[in-house]
Design a protein around this ligand. Structure first.
Ligand SMILES: C[S@@+](CC[C@H](N)C(=O)[O-])C[C@H]1O[C@@H](n2cnc3c(N)ncnc32)[C@H](O)[C@@H]1O
Length: 209
């Protein structure tokens, strides 16, 4: 399966979710708004939020991160990309008052930003073999590294979860292995956050040090 095939599978999955549940946490496959915000707060630890910065939200869904940033008063120039056109339609509809075109359909841009963050884009592998999905994750991380000048951050479900509770359609990663991969391939300055109370972890990769 190529990356394009996998992205098409992902696009179909999330289009189904937003069609069924609308622009809500359930519509992006989260089970609570609190969890969604908690994930954003881990990812945003990457950013120096005191002075103006640009941010690409890869897999932005209906743009919940933009609302979170506006509520916090961040001096951010925000751009959201999502594979699902239905998701982007909702994001645009909900953010009509935002400056032009903060949302687009797609998985990459050739306009580099300071930071790229991605929440939840690697969780649902469906029937894809683990090895194929791990290669897809790595290729996506390479793209995130290319698109960011200061760093990137992402989250994944953790292997340190109860095997009996794991779902076969979801991908659970080894946090230490991914930490080591990021250090080797991208930067010496990598943080692993595995202490925020969800069955997952967040990795921050700083490339500006
Ligand atoms: C779990 S949802 C989370 C949405 C949003 N980040 C949030 O937390 O509210 C993941 C979203 O990422 C999108 N997505 C998954 N992989 C992607 C990729 N490689 N590029 C762009 N969008 C992607 C999906 O279509 C879906 O809308």
């Amino acid at each position: 399966m190529t990356s394009d095939d996998l992205q098409e599978q992902v696009r179909r999955y999330y289009t189904g979710k937003v069609t069924d549940f609308g622009p809500t946490p359930r519509g992006v496959d989260w089970n609570s708004h609190e969890g969604q915000l908690l994930r954003f707060d881990q990812l945003l630890k990457l950013c120096d939020r005191r002075s103006p910065y640009s941010l690409l939200d890869l897999g932005c869904g209906y743009g919940a991160l933009l609302d979170h940033l506006r509520a916090a008063g961040d001096p951010v120039s925000y751009f959201g990309l999502d594979l699902s056109e239905a998701m982007i339609d909702e994001a645009r509809r909900l953010h009509r008052d935002e400056p032009p075109a903060p949302f687009a359909v797609g998985a990459a841009t050739d306009q580099p930003v300071d930071y790229v963050v991605a929440s939840g884009i690697f969780n649902v592998k469906q029937q894809t073999p683990d090895e194929t999905w791990a290669d897809y994750i790595l290729a996506t991380l390479e793209a995130m590294a290319r698109m960011s000048t200061r760093g990137f951050a992402f989250n994944l479900l953790t292997m340190a979860s109860d095997p009996k509770l794991r779902r076969p359609d979801l991908h659970y990663a080894d946090p230490c292995q991914l930490f080591e991969t990021c250090q080797r391939r991208f930067s010496r300055h990598v943080s692993l956050l595995h202490d925020y109370g969800l069955w997952e972890f967040t990795i921050l990769v700083r490339t500006d040090r």
